[in-house]
Design a protein around this ligand. Structure first.
Ligand code: HEC
Length: 131
């Protein structure tokens, strides 16, 4: 009797582990999963440092800032610009945003430019729901 209870216990925990591991990886087609570790960290920093407020969440451009993704500057030029912008953009000095963080943001902007903006909207990713 005890033996049966134990075996059931093991089987249900195997099922539970399988179930929860599926929850941990919701959709294999999630474009964020194809981004490098650095780009994913960059996405978080891009939002935290407010780049999205002017350039849009995907770097597609917004009311206050031009698109960043249509022609992504090489890292050195990107960095120079962010440190010493020419006109309206506020400068982000090293004390506020360090080079490691800026590299990650650059990786995010590059990755973001490679996927269609609508892929970032989970509801629109399921073709069955958009028609
Ligand atoms: C308050 C609005 C604002 C914020 C916040 C902002 N930008 Fe900008 N950004 C601009 C504007 C406006 C320009 C156009 C040039 C100018 O007027 O300075 C620009 C230009 C740029 C450019 C050069 C354009 C190009 O051709 O690629 C880069 C790179 C850039 N921003 C990156 C960033 C990053 C990275 C952040 C966050 C760390 C950021 N910006 C935050 C407004 C902003």
């Amino acid at each position: 009797m005890i033996d049966i209870v134990c075996r059931r216990g093991i089987r249900s925990s195997v099922v539970a582990i399988w179930f929860f591991s599926c929850l941990a990886h919701p959709a294999q087609s999630d474009p964020r999963l194809s981004m490098s570790e650095s780009a994913r960290r960059g996405e978080e920093l891009y939002d935290r440092f407010g780049c999205y407020q002017c350039h849009g969440h995907f770097g597609q451009g917004g009311i206050n800032g031009p698109p960043l993704v249509s022609n992504v500057l090489p890292y050195e030029a990107f960095r120079t610009f962010v440190r010493e912008p020419r006109r309206q953009m506020p400068p982000y000095r090293d004390a506020v945003l360090d080079d490691g963080q800026l590299k990650a943001i650059h990786a995010y902007v590059q990755a973001s430019g490679k996927k269609p903006v609508r892929d970032g909207i989970p509801l629109l990713r399921d073709p069955g729901k958009t028609r």
